[in-house]
Design a protein around this ligand. Sequence first.
Ligand code: MRU
Length: 345
Amino acid sequence: MNAKNSSMTDALKWTGTQLQVLDQRVLPEEIRYDYYNDAQGVTEAIISMRVRGAPAIGIAAAYAVVLSVKVHYSEHNSNWQQQVKADIEQLRGSRPTAVNLFWALEIMNKAMDVENVSPIASLEVLAKKIHQDDIAANHTMGALGAELLIEAKGVMTHCNAGSLATGGYGTALGVIRSAYKQGLRKIYAGETRPWLQGARLTVWELAQDGIASTLIADSAAAWLMKSGVIDWVIVGADRIAANGDVANKIGTYSLSVLAKQHGVKVMVVAPTSTIDWAMVSGEQIEIEQRQPKELLNDCYLDEHSLVDAWNPVFDVTPAYLITAIVTELGIVLNPSEVNGVKSLQ
Ligand code: MRU
């Protein structure tokens, strides 16, 4: 592995004819890209979590629409738009919580409806723009969020909201990268059970960039906060409601409650594509439930087992527990006191 080769950590690579997806299930042991030529394949890659993280899921879906148009479009096929829309419907069903998926599909769907002599080329331009805009937003958020960390002694992050979860640079990890350049050194990552995004992805991604971090068991977070070593918890988001409630990886709510108790601040970093303006509050957000087998020991998997598992993979943190929501359009401080994120509109 070449620690300086940042292209190694790209979650997605578009070649013009196919989408290459880094299989995040096998990191950090193996760096393996799977190649997709159609929307069905990309749908499966999202369901199986080869690609994960809200912005990366949205970008993958946008490229999947391009692949679908490449498969179905021809001057002699008057039905191609219906066939692409059927693929879009499948993509919509891949994961329920990350709103970037639905946001990107809506943009692609609308663009497809516009009369166009070369739909493949124009939709490809659009998907690449969604990708590039996400990277640019991450750099802007990185700089904005780092300004809040000038005095910070230490930070903790949860899940993986890095380059691996986005078009590149990352949201929460983008802020941490920018703050690292200004001197931040104490960086803690929670393991993020059960899928271990923190243990397998975040500490690896930071190390690839030459940034040292310290892994903790999720259950060590309260004790870490009590020790006074960190002043911020910094996370990404899968969906932000208009009132500032935030759906993110399961455990974010627990960390925010603990943070309140210990005087630690909570920063949510997400592009405006993660805001669902139609959701009045977080109570309406659908929380994905994944298979019990992600949690259970194999010996409990047979049908007569008396042991089941409850595996919600996101939770909702109410706005009143959040100190700052950082977007590419600006920072909303204390969102519960300022009418949520509406000031960004
Ligand atoms: O289940 P995952 O790994 O897709 O969940 C990812 C998260 O919860 C991230 O924190 C969120 O998508 C933001 S990524 C910039």
